[in-house]
Write a protein that binds this ligand. Structure first.
Ligand SMILES: Nc1nc2c(ncn2[C@@H]2O[C@H](COP(=O)(O)OP(=O)(O)OP(=O)(O)O)[C@@H](O)[C@H]2O)c(=O)[nH]1
Ligand SMILES: [Mg+2]
Length: 225
């Protein structure tokens, strides 16, 4: 209120300094929480992009998985990053997660983010048919950007806690996932149902693909010799 009643030039300098310090402080606290570094230099990193239409719950899945928190309020994402260290198949690994935008106006950098990742959670909302159709388009986009016929990907039907509003059956998504040769989970960012399994499956799929590439690379090497 006080600020609104003044032109900027009329605000006493000391008051401006207080505002500035307060803003900077909030910013650094927020970022510190977001970029908490894990200091295990030996842990293998799995870079995963979470993609899908706006409002399907991508940020909620990332937040619940990495910080055990769920928020009812919706805030559109432009681009966000999360990290979490877990023990996976007896090894320490770090999930380096890119939370992408789903909103049309924020999609400009999506191809760049897809390119950076090696695994994908393809998310739709089980209560919104449109988000399911769009998931197919997002999948095509990933394959196009990565110039591949298949990538490590998990199809994720979120908001499984809202059974009464379901629009996509479990059977339909199971069939499509099989056609796309990817795993499928119905999850809930709210109740945590299947959340860890979906991320673990993505890591498994990345590992499988890396092992296969190593094997294929090894074979090529033998042929050259
Ligand atoms: N009931 C229920 N609500 C959810 C769940 N996941 C997310 N929501 C809600 O759905 C809304 C959208 O969630 P977000 O995580 O912001 O969606 P998003 O996919 O990140 O959206 P964009 O950033 O615009 O792409 C929020 O109000 C969440 O509280 C869930 O599993 N169950
Ligand atoms: Mg978001």
């Amino acid at each position: 209120m006080y600020i609104k009643e003044h032109k900027l030039g009329e605000i006493p300098q000391a008051f401006l300094v207080v505002i500035l310090l307060k803003t900077q402080n909030n910013y650094s606290i927020k970022n510190k929480r977001k970029f908490t570094m894990v200091d295990h230099l030996t842990a293998k990193e799995y870079k995963i992009a979470v993609i899908g239409s706006t409002g399907v719950g991508k940020s909620s899945l990332c937040m619940q998985f990495t910080r055990n928190r769920f928020e009812e309020a919706y805030e559109p994402t432009i681009e966000d990053y999360y990290r979490k260290q877990v023990t996976f198949e007896g090894e320490q690994i770090i999930f380096d997660i890119i939370d992408t935008a789903g909103e049309e106006g924020n999609l400009t950098n999506l191809n760049g983010l897809i390119r950076q990742a090696v695994g994908y959670l393809l998310v739709y909302d089980i209560t919104r048919r449109q988000s399911y159709s769009e998931a197919k388009e997002f999948r095509d986009r990933v394959l196009y950007v990565k110039n591949a016929i298949s990538v490590p990907m998990v199809l994720v039907g979120n908001k499984a806690d809202m059974e009464e509003k379901r629009e996509i059956s479990f059977e339909e998504a199971t069939k499509d996932a099989a056609d796309w040769s990817c795993s499928f989970f119905e999850v809930s960012a709210k109740t945590k149902t299947n959340l860890e399994s979906a991320f673990a499956e993505c890591a498994k799929s990345i590992k499988r693909s890396q092992n296969k590439r190593q094997r294929d690379g090894g074979q090529k090497c033998c042929l050259l010799l």
